[in-house]
Design a binder for this molecule. Structure first.
Ligand code: CP
Length: 327
């Protein structure tokens, strides 16, 4: 049985933090964010960007500790949360090799998070099971941030993706956003599609038939009145796309390796593809890439995937500051 969570605002460090919408809250899915919340997060992210450019690191979260608990591999999410916390003056407990922790002895997720919250102020969790972050949050009194739960959601990635679109194109309303690749297992696609329901956008989904967007996500788009089309042919929609969001085929989610082999090379974005795209199209990828975007495209000014990673630092700094009541 989960313990009752302490009322998050019970012991306010100062002033008027009752008004801070994410203070003490878990970040589990993008459904928590209304458009005004996104505006707030991005406003703080801009401030973080300026501060990093000006002073590098500062002491906003001095004395605070983040536990990075990763049951699946990660480069960007784990290291950007670490960098975010350290640039804010806090520190990090890194558990990225769970087989060297007591998880290897059979410790459950509820017990692991209840252990870490004795030492940390916030827990960032990546786990292969759908719903794992929600389960952890039911047991933890401290905030849990979902860093990817199997094929479920990756909300902080979606926030940084949306921030990237806004930074690159100056707006989100009115855009046609095309998502390509493994739309079935790609949790970043699920989160971003849901988040874009807050805006006046059109969506295009390009995938092999066996990797189409789940019906559950499409039902949410229908409910939000979002116009979308599905196709297997990128050329059907490339010329109308303002954003092309490419994803890798998620080998680790396939039960049948032969199926993976049959779809893994379905799409490759190269110079020829880019020659048929809009001159100001933004090419994004959550990364890692495993062949979906040829390296010859990296020098194209429309290739935003490395800038996208940097934006992630500022968005995660903003989220940590907001969840810990300092923004
Ligand atoms: N985009 C992303 O989640 O990357 P990592 O798996 O490297 O964290």
């Amino acid at each position: 049985m989960a313990r009752n969570r302490l009322t998050p605002n019970r012991h306010l460090p100062f002033g008027d933090r009752q008004e801070a919408p994410f203070y003490g809250k878990d970040i589990l899915g993008v459904g928590q964010f209304r458009r005004a919340d996104l505006h707030d997060v991005f406003g703080v992210a801009h401030e973080m960007r300026e501060m990093v450019a000006r002073v590098g690191s500062f002491d906003l979260l001095k004395g605070k500790i983040l536990a990075n608990l990763f049951y699946e591999p990660s480069t960007r999410t784990m290291s950007s949360f670490t960098a975010a916390m350290e640039r804010l003056g806090g520190s990090v407990i890194p558990i990225s090799e769970v087989h060297y922790s007591s998880v290897a002895k059979g410790e459950s997720l509820p017990d692991t998070v209840r252990t870490l919250e004795c030492y940390a102020d916030v827990i960032v969790l990546r786990h292969p099971s759908l719903g794992a972050a929600a389960e952890a949050a039911r047991y933890a009194r401290k905030p849990v941030i979902n860093a990817g739960d199997g094929p479920g959601e990756h909300p902080t990635q979606a926030l940084l993706d949306l921030f990237t679109i806004h930074e690159e194109l100056g707006t989100v309303d009115g855009l046609t956003v095309t998502m390509l690749g493994d739309l079935k297992y790609g949790r970043t696609v699920h989160s971003l599609a849901r988040l874009l329901c807050q805006y006046d956008v059109q969506l295009r989904f390009v995938s092999p038939d066996s990797l189409r967007l789940p019906e559950k996500v499409k039902a949410e788009l229908d409910e939000a009145g979002i116009r979308y089309e599905e196709t297997e042919a990128l050329d059907d929609v490339l010329g109308q796309s303002d954003v092309l969001y490419v994803t890798r085929v998620q080998k680790e989610r396939f039960d049948d390796l032969a199926h993976y082999e049959s779809v893994k090379g379905a799409y490759v974005i190269d110079r020829d593809t880019m020659s048929r795209a809009k001159p100001n199209m933004v090419l994004m990828h959550p990364l890692p890439r495993v062949g979906e975007i040829a390296m010859e495209v990296d020098d194209d000014p429309r290739a935003a995937y490395f800038r996208q990673m940097e934006y992630g630092l500022y968005v995660r700094m903003a989220l940590l500051a907001m969840v810990l009541g300092k923004a």
